[in-house]
Design a protein around this ligand. Sequence first.
Ligand code: 13P
Length: 341
Amino acid sequence: MSNLDDTIKTAREMVAPEKGILAADESSGTIKRRFDSIGVESTEENRRDYRELLFRTEGANKFVSGVILYDETIRQNGADGTPLVKVLTDQGIIPGIKVDAGTKPLPGAEGELVTEGLDGLRERLADYKGLGARFAKWRAVITIGDGIPSDYCIEVNAQALGRYAALCQEAGIVPIVEPEVLMDGSHSIDACFDATRRTLHAVYHQLMLQRVHLPGTILKPNMVLSGKDASNRAPAEEVARQTVECFKETVPAAVPGIAFLSGGQSDEEATVNLDAINRYAAKVGAPWQLTYSYGRGLQAAPQKAWSGKKENKDAAQKAFYHRAMVTSAARQAKYSPAMEK
Ligand code: 13P
């Protein structure tokens, strides 16, 4: 199979019905923050033990098509010496890799960020492919505030996403294209709609320009939401309508799937909104699979249950299985709050 055919097949597998993606690619700084909040020291062994327990959760492969790994994890062995990549592939789970190098302040643009990591990316992708990665992730961050996002910020981030996506496809790796419009702030849902629409418009213009073949890509966007600190935050039905209508204006039908990030929503909010989005899409019709690529939305509960203690492993796996099960239900528009019991 050619690299192109390969990426098309992988992209479809990633958004298979009932399934979504687990984002476990927290950078060293981010995983330390998560561990700090549960009183666990961020050592290499603790990070390995925690991630291994997630990956070995029995039956979770019904709900998880792929896992996004961090550089350390893709090279790590489990406690018994089995490479963690093999732990995943033995269960039919596709390994993926975060390849961006994080955000830096955008020069001349107060309060805005640009994602770095293009230098040497072609070589790093070849290395990751050899380690078993079949998809990659690059996260761009767009901030809503007074007079921002600027066109400048949107454009430079979209260009980088295009460069990254083209390099991934050259390597036979599916690019997850992640332009995240942050929910931080007290802005209205309409402001989020506007920022998301402008961002996605610029991103697909760049993907087209840089000859990216859309059937071999996945989009990982934010939902269209009210700011976290807004008063009168929009209810799920409004989130669903604005999200799907925003994508209809900007995301080509050739994209096989849209896998949302949870972005700091509570577990319940992330689940209820995904369910509402799929219900609305079923009603009005939508050309893409609408699923999840959650980090916090799948991990907050098991992290808390684990709290760094070996004897909590079963409880943590149970909590992870449960979050994955209900999120999969939401992805199929079959969630009900009673499932939380
Ligand atoms: P959250 O679901 O916690 O937003 O994380 C997803 C992710 O991978 C962000 O890049």
